[in-house]
Design a protein around this ligand. Sequence first.
Ligand code: 5GP
Ligand code: ZN
Length: 113
Amino acid sequence: MDCVFCQIVAGKIPSEILYQDEEVIAFRDINPQAPTHLIIIPKRHIPSLIHLSEAESPLAGHMINAANELAKKEGIAESGYRLVINCGQEGGQLVPHLHMHLLGGRKLSSALG
Ligand code: 5GP
Ligand code: ZN
């Protein structure tokens, strides 16, 4: 498996892991776009959001819940933050393993790109 995020899950690529449970893992983005920039992923390889079946949709809620808890730990729950899932080429997805960005700690642009 040459997926970079699967290798992070397997511990083969080092990262600053901030949270993990049976289903998800969260770590700091290597190229942060904000003072807090975390990546939340399912441990299981799902290529992108479009591959998340309806039966697996509780996983999305679980990822959001993990992100909310991490926002509190990072001290940005009150100031505000943004969750982003890029899907596919035109959605700006570079790593083909479903992931959610948690961004905060500065005023983010109101533009959606
Ligand atoms: P995407 O554009 O696919 O939504 O975002 C992928 C994100 O993964 C980027 O923000 C990028 O900086 C981050 N990333 C890529 N490779 C690594 C890595 O090896 N370690 C960490 N911590 N983040 C990575
Ligand atoms: Zn993967």
